[in-house]
Ligand binder design. Sequence first.
Ligand SMILES: Cc1cc2nc3c(=O)[nH]c(=O)nc-3n(C[C@H](O)[C@H](O)[C@H](O)COP(=O)(O)O)c2cc1C
Length: 305
Amino acid sequence: MVSIKKLKEKAFLDVEFLSRKLKNPIIIAASPLTERVEMIEKLISCDVGAIVIKTIQLDCQKTHEKGFIKKYNNGLINSTTYSEDDLSAWISKLKLIKNADRIIASIYSTSSKRIIHAINCLSEVGIQDVELSISCPSDSDCQVFNPLKIYGIMKEITLNCKANIIIKISAIDDFVNKAKAAIDGGASAICISDSIPVVKVDLNSKSLEGSCIIGYSGSPIKPIVQRAIYELIKHKVKVPIIGVGGISCLEDVLEYLHLGCCAVQICSWPLVEGYKVINELIIQLNDWCLKNNTRITDIIGTIKD
Ligand SMILES: Cc1cc2nc3c(=O)[nH]c(=O)nc-3n(C[C@H](O)[C@H](O)[C@H](O)COP(=O)(O)O)c2cc1C
């Protein structure tokens, strides 16, 4: 059992996030870490700003294959896709979670009708922020999400739902046009990036690991994601940007915030090292702000061009 350390003297770590404030800019990304109620409650006890649950897949005709997660080249490769639990199972799980106001739901479907139904069900259990995850590397169906499809789906969702929609895209493949289409359709924020699509050749079997395109995450993808964020800012993307990719220390968080992100998400690091690193990270961020006599909001977007 990990003992959670609490902050002694509190710095100003809170950030504006959509229609509310987060206690701090540290968000746990959709992943196997955010699938089980007990784990979500442990992460909440670490005082994270928010938690994005494992993506709920709404296209019920799909089967759930478990997939693999492996260490590779200082990061992780994985062939996993979505949560094993469906929407109704998640609604029951969400009712059990205390402090559910810190939960962001993650959903996926190619159908705006199913997305709108899910958002309405989630709002009945108090979920006001929804991340639409449309870039899973191991799901070839995600390729339908070109800028036109993204605009159309976002427009329908925002006409029919009150929730704040965060669109989660990948740091490759037309990300500027995808982000712009999502914003034109009414998205409230951009989350970038999902795991980066890669292949890994297995010389023993002379085939591809997982027999398909898989996801790469962790430290090696950080510069790729930061470049994408830099491009989004250069192209005057006007909604908040949430940076995700390769965070494994305080400096990585500070880099994303200086670059212009309003918050960050973290996945591979605690997946490998355990959730205790998140508790330590929040303490370090607090100490850094106290030492530098600064608020988190004062450093966002302060990088010199
Ligand atoms: C094993 C694994 C499972 C993941 N599952 C999801 C998911 O269900 N939905 C999603 O949007 N992203 C998922 N991701 C992507 C992460 O949320 C995150 O965007 C990505 O790993 C980059 O962050 P990191 O470098 O901190 O891991 C997953 C990543 C990994 C490694």
